[in-house]
Structure formats: structure tokens, C-alpha cells
Design a protein around this ligand. Structure first.
Ligand code: NAD
Length: 377
């Protein structure tokens, strides 16, 4: 298989799709790799490291694309990120396929084969290819550091000659991959951590990272949807949830929200009134800002001061930790590529394989992935 790693065009993206270690592993398996010059520089991987690992460095995007069967970049969520690709070439990247599924009709007509990483199924054999978990891990960790930086207080309890400082109270809303990582990070910094999730299964996981689960008087029987994700809750449920959450929020110094429903707008867990009832100096980091926000007041990509509260809506936090985020992402892609190779190191797209069937959005002029076909009706 002839593969090329492109320099990402997506604004603010600093990750690279493969690190030199992944290149070495793929070369050892018989792949031929080209890397666009500078593709890994922002993540700390200079061209020379890719050469040592067995890749050829090419000067331009055009040279990287020409003659390659598979093109890799981190983020191809805009059509502009696919500029220069020709019919028959396969691009593997994040593509945000559940937000604007209609754009794939035109891309299918261009004859591109597009594999969207967001659609990797949540089955145990695909766990090592799950880039969403990698991204969420980094985002949960970084959200706590951002909150610690913005807060007017420190996290741990300190008994000093100048008196005792109480530990920060941190509350995590949505205890999936990002939320559990945020809870563990806040705990390591010495905070008193509580967490809540709509899925009953999250309770044990919250306890396992040293946090205290918050229970609400709400039905949990319909909370879990397909594939371990949360099911979308109705407006009544969310209204009752906000009502009961107001008192919990009013006691917190830091709130980190991560609640998401795949393919839908993020649920609104925090209303403007709830923000107004919080302690002055409190910080909210809304990790669902990209999907509309868990707080009604969140503005994607902005930090605001509201009633003395700092409200942050960061975007693409993984790109702010490009070295380790690329290391995780690259390993996920390496595992996926190794899965797609036949014994002679040729690309083999087997549509009887759930991993291929679920993730390949377009191929040979058709929309393939079931979840995207459903959305397009
Ligand atoms: P996610 O990013 O879709 O959502 C984040 C969290 O928000 C979830 O835990 C969800 O339950 C929660 N949430 C949704 N609506 C909520 C509401 N109204 N109130 C409170 N919380 C709400 O999910 P995720 O973090 O990617 O993963 C969710 C689960 O899937 C986790 O248990 C995770 O361990 C599991 N998982 C499995 C695999 C696999 O098997 N391959 C891979 C990754 C994650």
C-alpha cells in the first residue's frame, strides 16, 4: 500500500496523523510511505525523524497526493481539507460526518473514498482504533488544567503557617472518557471531586477514579442507548435534571461539562439561572462547546465572564497537546491500517467487516456507511 501523510490544512490543527514510530511499523509491514514536509513539526516530529523511520519526505501537498492510494490527515471536516484528491483515492481522517451528512453526496460524486474516524464502532476489537477516546482523554485532562489556571484559588488543601486553605470542589457533568479523565486529573491535583452521568453504569467508574457519584431523583432505565453511549433524553427529563442540579452547582468552585449524544446537539445541563446561582469566582469549562454547549450561555471558542463566573468553551483541545495527542491518534490509525491490509500489504476493503462497513462513508460513487445513509433518508 502506498500511503501519504499530509500536512493538515484545518485551522488550528497541530496534530499529525502518523508519528515516526507508526511509520516504522507500517514500513516493516511492507507499506510505502511519503510524508509532506513539515507535517509533524508542530507536534515535535521533524522531517528527519520520518526519514529515519523509513518514509520519503516530499516538498508539496501535490507530490504527496500524486500516486498514493491512501491519504492521511487528522481533520478533513471541511471540503477544503480534501483539496487535490482524485477519484479512487482513500482519505482516512476525522470528518464530522454526523453534523453535515449531506456534504458527502457531492464528495461521493467526486469518486473519493472517505473513511470517517468518528464512525469506528464501539466494539472491543476496534477499541485500539478509537480516536474519539484518545481525543476525549486529552480534552478531559486539559480542561482541568485550564480551569486551574483560570480559578482564583488553588486545588489542594494546604495547612500553612498562614492558615488552612480548603481544597477546591470540582464537579464533572458527564462521566464518559473525557469526564473520567477530568475527574482523575482534578483528584491528582488535590481537589474534592464529584461527578454525575445519566448512565447508571458510570457510577462504578466514577468511584474507581476516586470521585463521589452524585445521584439525582430521575429515571435511569432509558439512559443508555446503543453501543454504550447515552440515549437522548426528553425536554422534561432535562428540565428536572437542571432543577435538581442547581443546588449541586451552587457549591462548586469548578464545573467541567462533557455530556454528549453522538450525532445530536449536546444536552443543555446548565441554564443561565444556574450560572447566576453559582459562587463568584467559579469556573465552568464546557467541553461540549463544539456541539452547541452543555451550558446555555457557552460560546464556542470563547471565554466569558458571566455574573463573576468564568465560562470557557474551548475547541479542539487535543490540538493544544499535539505531541501526545498525535502519539495516541497515530497509534489508532496504525492499528486501523494494519487491520485493512491483506497478507501482501495491499489495501483490502471487506464490506462484511463491521469496521469497514460502519466507517467508509463514500466509496465508488456511493454513500456506504449505514448511519450516514439513514441520515440522508
Ligand atoms: P460521549 O462523549 O458521547 O458522552 C460523554 C458522556 O456524557 C457520556 O458518559 C454520557 O453518558 C454523558 N451524558 C449524555 N447525556 C447526559 C446528560 N443529560 N446528563 C449527564 N450526562 C450525560 O461518550 P464517551 O465518553 O465517548 O463514552 C461513553 C461510554 O462509552 C463510556 O462508558 C466509555 O467507557 C464507553 N466507551 C466504549 C468504547 C468501546 O467499547 N470501544 C470506546 C470508548 C468509550
Amino acid at each position: 500500500m502506498k500511503l501519504s501523510v499530509l500536512r493538515d490544512l484545518y485551522p488550528g490543527e497541530r496534530r499529525v496523523a502518523l508519528t515516526p514510530a507508526n511509520v516504522a511499523a507500517l514500513c516493516a509491514r511492507g507499506c510505502e510511505l511519503r510524508v509532506e514536509s513539515g507535517a509533524g513539526v508542530e507536534a515535535g516530529f521533524a522531517d528527519a525523524l520520518y526519514v529515519d523511520a523509513g518514509a520519503a519526505i516530499v516538498a508539496s501537498r501535490g507530490e504527496a497526493i500524486a500516486g498514493s492510494e491512501v491519504l492521511l490527515c487528522v481533520n478533513a471536516s471541511r471540503d477544503a481539507d480534501l483539496d487535490g484528491l482524485s477519484a479512487g483515492q482513500l482519505c482516512i481522517a476525522l470528518m464530522d460526518p454526523l453534523s453535515d451528512s449531506a456534504r458527502f453526496e457531492a464528495l461521493a460524486e467526486r469518486g473519493l473514498s472517505l473513511l470517517a474516524l468518528e464512525l469506528v464502532p464501539r466494539i472491543s476489537r476496534a477499541q485500539s482504533m478509537d480516536v474519539l477516546s484518545s481525543i476525549a482523554t486529552i480534552a478531559g485532562y486539559k480542561a482541568v488544567l485550564m480551569a486551574a489556571e483560570a480559578a482564583p484559588r488553588i486545588f489542594p488543601m494546604m495547612m500553612t503557617a498562614a492558615g488552612t486553605l480548603n481544597p477546591a470542589r470540582v464537579f464533572i457533568m458527564g462521566a464518559g472518557v473525557a469526564g473520567l479523565q477530568a475527574a482523575a486529573t482534578a483528584k491528582r491535583l488535590g481537589a474534592v471531586v464529584e461527578a454525575y452521568d445519566v448512565r447508571p453504569a458510570a457510577r462504578e467508574q466514577i468511584i474507581s477514579v476516586g470521585a463521589r457519584p452524585i445521584e439525582l431523583d430521575l429515571p435511569t432505565d432509558a439512559a443508555e442507548g446503543q453501543g454504550g453511549y447515552a440515549a437522548e433524553q426528553g425536554t422534561d427529563f432535562l428540565a428536572r435534571q437542571r432543577e435538581q442540579m442547581t443546588a449541586v452547582l451552587a457549591q462548586q468552585d469548578i464545573v467541567i461539562t462533557t455530556a454528549a449524544i453522538p450525532g445530536s446537539r449536546a444536552p443543555v445541563l446548565i441554564s443561565a439561572e444556574m450560572v447566576a446561582a453559582m459562587k463568584p469566582g467559579a469556573v465552568i469549562v464546557d467541553l461540549a462547546a463544539e456541539r452547541g454547549g452543555n451550558c446555555e450561555l457557552t460560546r464556542a471558542g470563547e471565554t466569558q465572564q458571566v455574573h463573576g463566573i468564568t465560562l470557557m468553551g474551548p475547541l479542539n483541545l487535543a490540538a493544544s497537546v499535539p505531541m501526545h495527542a498525535s502519539q495516541m491518534h497515530g497509534r489508532n490509525i496504525e492499528n486501523l491500517l494494519l487491520h485493512l491490509l491483506d497478507k501482501d500489504a495491499r489495501l483490502q476493503l471487506d464490506f462484511d467487516d463491521e469496521i469497514v462497513a460502519d466507517t467508509l462513508v463514500t466509496h465508488q460513487g456511493e454513500i456506504c456507511a449505514g448511519r450516514i445513509r439513514e441520515r440522508l433518508g
